[in-house]
Design a protein around this ligand. Sequence first.
Ligand code: HPA
Length: 261
Amino acid sequence: MTEAADKIRASAGDAPVRLGLVLGSGLGALASELDRAHAFPFEDLPGFPVSGVSGHAGAVVVGELEGVRVALLSGRAHYYEDGDAGVMRTPLETIRALGAEAVLLTNSAGSLRDEMPPGALMSICDHINWSGLNPLIGEATDDRFVSLVDAYAPHLRARLKAADPELNEGVYAWFSGPSFETPAEIRAARILGADAVGMSTVPETILARFLGLEVAAVSVVTNYAAGMTGQPLSHAETKSEAAKALTRFRALVRAFVRSFA
Ligand code: HPA
């Protein structure tokens, strides 16, 4: 039980949430679509990070989506903001303490696959973390040895696929950011088996599994990865392409959430 969860319950009510949703860069619009919503800015919640990234509003919203009670994080904090891989620990503990048994993590990502252009959605089936970072470093008990086999729960991936038959599935490689990758890093990541790259989600998946939350994760492709088009990358492009993919993304998230009703 976290202090933040107590504070949320005090005004949003005690009914357990079924699912946590973490919305990535430019994907926060769903936060305004919850029914019977109670919103809590991160800065009002003990232990929550205050994200300074544009495109990340930074609030927990508890309410109903498709008739399912959810706790949604609109905006997240990233490792690259303060150098803390565990920056999302309190938010995820709070989702767990509010009753969620599963979490849907979302992000914007660069695609390494020609046939997965900007606007495509990808369900993450596995990840690569060659950053040398881990949010559980310093954790004292044997619980830190978390298995990441099927970290992205096969039965939740099946629900995502059922929600959008055109959904891609692939491996997400975490780069710390905030600079984008080099073309050489992208070529290396492709050889290693990555289909998409991004600056979030992996530490959240590790924390979520540590906390006993089941994980599903979706990347919204906002660009081809570095070196694939000859064009420079930019955060402005990430935000504008995420906005364009929003209709499809929203439909996927809603259908996935509905499967919990
Ligand atoms: N690299 C890393 N993170 C990203 C990208 C990318 O190409 N696009 C959106 N987030």
